[in-house]
Design a protein around this ligand. Structure first.
Ligand code: SF4
Length: 695
């Protein structure tokens, strides 16, 4: 029996794996503050992956005829190293890129960043968290000085009687979290902002709360309207604003023009509903019964996602929520290690501990830990979509190493990204199944998966958790830490520079993060083994960690939070006669991310086998499509085909497509790669389409 955590989402539910042989391993839920003994269907079925027939057990190399053939590890690693040397000689160091993942453990994320900067010497590294919650991270950093998904423990939500969720469908994405919102729901204090009547929105309405079904891409207008109401109805917290913030006048300048009837026109949400939502929040705050505002991908995955989240944070600051017990703003992290994955150097501009690659002192500190001159560390690179967009082109990347991600399905403007990936001189994918991206690779390296290796993750509440090896991996698969070390040696670096034991890597990570914003110096495997609940920052072994951030001061130079004063800008593309509807993308209960793992689990596939498009009955009639029939969703960059689900949960101007499916059902064939100017997040959540019958 091995105590560990779920391989999937950022809630990192606790589970026990019984049986140490893959085919006979099973999971049971373990009681833990985040999941309180619960798991969702994805967690319950996660052991099936450990013995799955699709499991990769040997490296693969593409032969001259274009077929992937088994190869030894030595031959495969030699081929990768030779390809890297060749690319560097012809096109320079930055032509070799690394693409990481929020699904990697902290140890792997850290080592991937070090491998890129030290062994490859490339500026070209980014990761799939860029497509997940980079806008929330950018907005939180702008407001508070640092970003931690929830700057308070999940359990703080349990007694709250007012919670506003902006674009977070947690009933499907992390169901055990919904249990923490029961008190708010029972008090009629759950407010869900979402274009769809999702299961979360339905749960709110059925318990006397509110669903605000806004038009896609208008979240900022809605938040500004709420701030307008908070000011005009006297709900703002003047004492908090005066003592702990700067820039309120800028926020009011932006919100003053968003009187409720204007918001109603832009968002489609009634002024009355908007007022009721603000009053729910204010009254629970004033009664001392908890008041929280949370964002999810629905508010964040926009070309103006950072400003949108800033507008939400401005509302929270004006009402005096952040940095106080029983109140707060947070974002609900997506991937299993979405939090830790963005702290340790996979991001194009970051070094471990949230240090900045552009900061001389930060570079010096990390270079000392790594034993290299600071001057040898590359400059910040470009973001994920920008890497893909120019891949294989002049001055673009020519060789790409992908770890734990499946951009062929999950990147925006998918047809273009797939074409760019095909044009690379060298594509290397480390994974444990042949994902759609791995199937395109020149070299595939079979690596270990969740219950086959030790490591740590950092959950959405900033708590560091131990993932433990419960079963033996298949003989042909290797730890990614060893893969990186073996490659680094072939690239001329000494083996001791790249340790392969997770504990040793974590100890190095602690030193690299020491003194940084995400300080892990005091968190050790020994303390985690003793069951200590350690939330970063934890700067010393005698420090008990920081479950609640910002109680005394924010992490800005003067300790005060900053209002952004961001305005609403709307979606990057508008509907017209040819594309009269908006498409919005998202997740469903039984699938996770690109589906590379969950599309292989029988029980999950039985629930949702293929892509669908959710459509209001009136929209279906107007478009000439029938429930259960195939339809084409045609956008400005491509079209996808999916089965129609007629459902009055939808607005009449919007269709919904889940993004977990490959092939012609790829939602990202539609999505807009327009990037947020700050976070470089693409506009996943809104694009213009039309619907037409496919049969
Ligand atoms: Fe928990 Fe998320 Fe795993 Fe479901 S997918 S069991 S909510 S960690």
């Amino acid at each position: 029996m091995t105590a560990t955590h779920c391989p999937y989402c950022g809630l990192q539910c606790a589970m026990t794996v019984s049986g140490d042989v893959p085919g006979r391993a099973a999971v049971t839920a373990r009681d833990f503050p985040t999941n309180r003994g619960g798991l969702c269907q994805k967690g319950w079925t996660s052991a099936e992956l450990l013995a799955h027939p699709d499991r990769l057990r040997t490296p693969l190399i593409r032969d001259d005829a274009g077929t992937l053939r088994p190869a030894t590890w030595n031959i495969a690693l030699d081929a990768v190293a030779e390809g890297i040397w060749r690319t560097r000689r012809r096109h320079g160091r930055d032509a070799v890129a690394v693409y990481g993942s929020g699904g990697l453990t902290n140890e792997k994320a850290y080592m991937l960043g070090k491998f890129a900067r030290v062994a490859l010497g490339t500026a070209s590294i980014d990761y799939n968290g860029r497509f997940c919650m980079s806008s929330a991270a950018a907005a939180a950093t702008r407001a508070f000085g640092i970003d931690r998904g929830l700057p308070f423990p999940v359990s703080d939500l349990t007694d709250a009687r007012a919670i506003i969720l902006f674009g977070a469908n947690i009933a499907e994405t992390m169901p055990p979290l919904l249990g923490h919102l029961r008190c708010a729901a029972a008090a009629g204090g759950l407010v869900v902002v979402d274009p769809r009547r999702t299961p979360t929105a339905a749960a709110a309405e059925e318990s006397g709360g509110i669903h605000l079904p806004l038009a896609p891409g208008t979240d900022a207008a809605l938040a500004l309207g709420m701030l307008h109401i908070a000011v005009t109805e006297g709900y703002i917290d003047h004492a908090f604003i005066d003592a702990r913030t700067r820039g309120f006048d800028d926020a009011w300048s932006a919100a003053a023009r968003w009187w409720p009837h204007r918001v109603e026109t832009v968002t489609g949400v009634s002024a009355d509903a908007l007022r009721r939502a603000v009053r729910i929040l204010a009254r629970s705050r004033d009664a001392g019964t908890g008041a929280y505002v949370l964002t999810g991908r629905g508010a964040e995955q926009h070309a103006h996602g950072t400003d949108t989240v800033s507008a939400v944070i401005d509302l929270a600051l004006a009402m005096g929520l952040p940095g106080r017990r029983g109140r707060g703003y947070g974002t609900v992290t997506g991937q299993g290690n979405g939090q830790g994955g963005r702290e340790h150097g996979q991001k194009a501009d970051q070094l471990p501990g949230y240090r900045r690659l552009s900061d001389a002192l930060d570079r010096d500190h990390v270079a000392r830990v790594w034993g290299v001159p600071a001057s040898s560390l590359p400059a910040p690179g470009v973001s994920a979509y920008e890497l893909f967009d120019r891949a294989g082109m002049d001055r673009g990347v020519r060789a790409l190493l992908v770890h734990g991600a499946n951009p062929a399905v999950s990147a925006p403007r998918s047809a273009h990204v797939v074409e760019r990936l095909r044009s690379l001189d060298l594509l290397v994918v480390s994974d444990f199944v042949l994902s759609e991206t791995a199937a395109m690779a020149d070299v595939v390296l079979p690596v270990l998966q969740w219950a086959e290796e030790d490591g740590t993750t950092t959950s959405l509440e900033g708590r560091v958790l131990r993932r433990r090896r419960a079963v033996s991996p298949p003989p042909g698969a290797r730890s990614e830490l060893r893969v990186l070390a073996d490659l680094a040696v072939r690239l001329g670096r000494p083996a001791e520079m790249f340790p392969t034991e997770p504990r040793a890597v974590f100890d190095e990570l602690r030193r690299a993060s020491s003194g940084g914003a995400a300080d892990y110096a005091g968190i050790s495997y020994s303390r985690l083994e003793r069951g200590e609940a350690l939330h970063w920052p934890c700067p010393a072994e005698n420090h008990t960690g920081t479950p609640r951030l910002f109680l005394d001061r924010f992490a800005t130079g003067d300790g005060r939070a900053r209002f952004a004063g961001a305005d609403h800008r709307g979606p990057g593309e508008a509907t017209d006669d040819e594309h009269p509807l908006y498409a919005t993308t998202g997740r469903i209960l039984t699938q996770y991310q690109s589906g590379a793992q969950t599309r292989r689990i029988t029980e999950l596939v039985d629930v949702a086998r293929e892509a669908f498009v959710q459509v209001h009955p009136d929209t279906a009639d107007r478009s000439g499509v029938r429930d259960g029939a195939l339809a084409r969703v045609v956008g400005r960059r491509g079209a996808m085909t999916a089965r129609v689900r007629v459902d009055d949960a939808m607005r009449t101007d919007t269709v919904f497509v889940p993004f977990h499916f490959p092939g012609r059902g790829r939602a990202n064939l539609l999505t807009n790669p327009l990037l947020d100017p700050t976070s470089r997040m693409p506009e996943f959540k809104v694009c213009a389409v039309r619907l037409e019958a496919a049969e």
